[in-house]
Ligand binder design. Structure first.
Ligand SMILES: NC(=O)c1ccc[n+]([C@@H]2O[C@H](COP(=O)([O-])OP(=O)(O)OC[C@H]3O[C@@H](n4cnc5c(N)ncnc54)[C@H](OP(=O)(O)O)[C@@H]3O)[C@@H](O)[C@H]2O)c1
Length: 251
């Protein structure tokens, strides 16, 4: 079980889910190191309440300092499923920031850089990785995002590190435009729909970024999630409180 002396590396900390993960970890008095490609962006976003490590998961040599003395990794990195400016085509001398390079090779690089005694690698993958021939996932995978996510999953499992793989469906809620940590901490976690999780890759629908971030953090407190992969959506009426112990017990 995680303790306050542990340090958690959040890769993709500046992203929609990543920002919420950082805020939720800090709210639990946990120590965070944020991996970002742009130090200044993370510094202003997190109000200097976290350690910052500058690195790009496409480049293994940029990950060495970032992963030193880390006990947990939560990997929230991602790029667009379809070609966009986020693929950074501008620089012909570096690999595109495409799904293959980020969700596949990049995750592999992070796994290799992880300490051997890491307590857990939590990875945000995607619904559909095991259903790539079915609608709508065959369309979503037109540029290989599900192939790449599966490559990332397989690298994590093959590493022998304890892991939790979370497969959300289409993300809703956020990301929040506010760069103020307090604003993030006030982000509402009481959306209208309940959290539903299921082992494997059988659910489809929509998933709240807030609940994906909740699941990433709650997983660290529940050992039933160790070496489990599950899909996650929001559906049905939301109870007053989400009982993560009970949800994870299904796994
Ligand atoms: N969108 C969906 O419907 C959907 C569905 C299923 C699963 N997912 C997955 O859910 C997760 C969270 O999604 P989101 O929308 O919250 O993500 P997001 O806002 O797009 O954030 C992506 C993060 O990845 C970082 N990143 C991108 N390329 C990187 C690289 N080469 N090296 C290091 N960091 C890099 C970005 O950092 P910079 O600030 O440096 O750009 C950013 O912090 C992602 O893994 C995504 O693939 C999304």
């Amino acid at each position: 079980m995680i303790s306050n002396s542990d340090k958690i590396l959040v890769a993709g900390a500046t992203g929609g889910v990543g920002q919420l993960v950082v805020a939720k970890l800090l709210a639990r008095d946990l120590s965070v190191r944020a991996l970002t490609r742009t130090r200044s962006k993370a510094e202003s976003m997190f109000d200097r309440k976290v350690e910052i490590a500058e690195g790009d998961i496409r480049y293994p040599n940029t990950l060495l300092d970032a992963t030193t003395d880390i006990n947990y990794i939560i990997c929230c990195t991602g790029t667009t499923a379809f070609p966009s400016l986020r693929w950074d085509f501008a620089n012909l001398f570096q690999p595109a920031n495409s799904p293959e390079e980020v969700d596949g090779e990049g995750v592999k690089n992070l796994v290799v850089a992880a300490p051997q005694d890491l307590n857990r690698f939590v990875f945000i993958s995607s619904c559909g990785v095991l259903r790539k021939d079915e609608l709508p996932y065959n369309l979503l995978n037109a540029f290989g995002v599900l192939d790449a996510k599966l490559m990332g999953e397989q690298a994590i499992i093959a590493s022998g590190l304890p892991y939790t793989i979370i497969r959300p469906a289409r993300l809703i809620d956020g990301p929040y435009t506010s760069y103020d940590l307090n604003t993030l901490l006030r982000a509402k976690t009481d959306g209208k729909k309940a959290v539903k999780i299921e082992l494997g890759d059988r659910l489809s629908g929509e998933t709240s970024r807030i609940d994906v971030a909740n699941a990433c953090v709650e997983a660290l407190f529940h050992d039933t999630t160790i070496n489990k992969d599950f899909s996650m959506i929001n559906s049905g009426d939301r109870p007053t409180t989400t009982d993560w112990l009970q949800l994870f017990a299904q796994l």
